[in-house]
Design a protein around this ligand. Structure first.
Ligand SMILES: Cc1cc2nc3c(=O)[nH]c(=O)nc-3n(C[C@H](O)[C@H](O)[C@H](O)COP(=O)(O)OP(=O)(O)OC[C@H]3O[C@@H](n4cnc5c(N)ncnc54)[C@H](O)[C@@H]3O)c2cc1C
Length: 429
């Protein structure tokens, strides 16, 4: 039987594998992690609202009943399109007849990779654990700090980038400070913590219509987030963030910085040796195959696909839809039938801002506030994989809603000694 390799069991890869369930092919699913991750709720793990198993599920268990799929936990390091083989990091190779590349995306620091360790981005469970530890430890360090200036630095949280993830992070961080930790510390008042959201463009949620952006900004302000648009970050050094705005260069003393400003395609795209767009995404044809290789399909965040003359956005419904079309096109090709062109169906966009605050766009309908938040809750529970995950998320959310408490605050490998650097009081904002 023809051998199909799928690289990546995210939204796109998983949809492709499921679409091939009844096809006469052998499928090998290769993913470097052992779990499928529901990234839209990752910020909840990073902010201690949900535990990791609530938003992830073992790939083996998801695909156990699909007899034509073999799962391998391995990292692909290269694709040899001439010899039709993928190379794994351990040096071994696996040959394919058809290949679906669904390796997703990673963070982009716009040429400043040195910021990565100072301002982690959110993409994997490991990122979420790192961010959660940094947030919770910042309050611990502040409680132990005698110097009021340094205490303020620990209690100032900066989120860079006001797309959906940045807005969600900022809204949740302020809730942790104002509600979750209330009454738990003796030397600091967590409610004094500041959350600053820096955005280079002139509005938050730039992918949304201006009126919804404005509503989101107002809701963030009401929750207590300090939103600074038109602010372009020029340096991050571990104890402060420097940025420029209309008044010139600014310095914001802040020891916990979270990056949600840039996305770059997986580096695996380069090994295909075909044209990439500016974000490193592989330019695909309307059938999602790549030029010169009708047996290779690239989908999801890694693909620069066009539908109805417009670029397809890097969102989970697009990845799933591409996965299904790529899988059907493999079956079409094997059967000698014409291939299907990809048409993206946009069912809308949703972004949550915090408790009872969200914005939503469904078709021509736009709404915000409490109704949008309820809709957001419903949609995210509905699309989660597995009954157990849905139950876990619903019970954790119900508990958090009633008590303002967050259930996943246990951290390990905490650093006992705060990173110490002299500060510059005069320029602290
Ligand atoms: C924090 C966050 C929040 C988001 N919120 C939303 C939202 O609310 N709504 C929405 O629609 N979209 C959201 N997105 C975007 C959405 O998650 C992506 O568009 C979607 O995951 C893309 O699917 P994909 O299959 O292309 O890649 P992914 O789902 O990222 O899957 C890629 C898979 O490839 C594997 N992989 C990568 N490289 C290799 C390699 N070399 N070898 C082996 N395996 C590899 C990875 O382990 C991963 O499992 C969010 C993304 C993030 C990061």
């Amino acid at each position: 039987m023809p051998h199909v390799i799928i690289i990546g069991c995210g939204f796109g890869g998983l949809a492709a594998a499921r679409e091939l369930a009844d096809a006469n092919v052998d499928v090998t699913m290769i993913d470097r992690s052992n779990h499928h991750l529901f990234q839209p709720l990752l910020y909840q793990v990073a902010t201690a609202g949900l535990s990791a198993p609530a938003i992830s599920a073992p790939i083996r268990s998801i695909l156990a009943s699909q007899r034509n799929v073999t799962s391998l936990m391995a990292a692909v390091s290269n694709i040899d399109t001439t010899r039709k083989a993928v190379a794994l990091e351990d040096g071994s190779e696996i040959a394919y007849d058809y290949l679906i590349v669904a390796a997703g995306s990673t963070h982009s620091y716009f040429g400043h990779d040195e910021w990565a360790s100072l301002a982690p981005g959110l993409k994997t469970l490991e990122d979420a654990f790192d961010i959660r530890r940094r947030i919770l430890m910042a309050f611990e360090y502040a409680e132990r700090e005698d110097d009021p200036v340094r205490r303020d630095e620990w209690l100032t949280f900066t989120v860079i980038g006001a797309g959906a993830t940045g807005v969600e992070m900022a809204g949740t961080l302020i809730e942790i400070a104002r509600h979750t930790l209330r009454g738990e510390f003796r030397r600091i008042d967590p409610q004094q913590a500041r959350v600053v959201l820096l955005e280079g463009s002139d509005r938050v949620l730039a992918a949304y219509p201006p009126d919804l952006s404005e509503k989101a900004r107002k809701q963030l302000g009401k929750l207590g987030v300090d939103v600074r648009t038109g602010s372009r970050v020029i340096d991050i050094d571990g104890e402060c963030v420097r940025y420029t705005d209309k008044d010139g260069e600014q310095r914001l003393a802040s020891r916990t910085v979270i990056w949600s400003a840039g996305v770059a395609a997986s580096p695996l795209g380069k090994s295909l040796n075909v044209p990439l767009d500016r974000a490193g995404r592989v330019v695909v044809g309307s059938d999602l195959s790549i030029p010169g290789h009708h047996e290779i399909f690239v989908i999801g965040d890694l693909a620069a696909a066009i539908s109805d003359g417009k670029p397809v956005p890097g969102v989970s419904p697009a990845a799933k839809q591409m996965g299904r079309v790529a899988a059907r096109n493999i079956v079409n090709r094997i059967a000698g039938r014409p291939l299907e062109g990809f048409v993206y169906r946009d069912y809308g966009s949703l972004a949550t801002i915090g408790r009872k605050a969200a914005v939503a766009m469904v078709g021509k309908l736009k709404f915000s506030g409490y109704p949008a938040w309820l809709f957001w809750l419903f949609v995210h529970v509905y699309f989660l994989i597995g009954f157990r995950n849905r139950l876990l998320v619903m019970s954790d959310w119900a508990w958090a809603y009633l008590t303002f408490k967050r259930s996943a605050r246990v951290i390990s490998s905490a650093i006992d000694t705060p990173p110490d650097k002299p500060h510059d009081e005069a320029s602290t904002q």
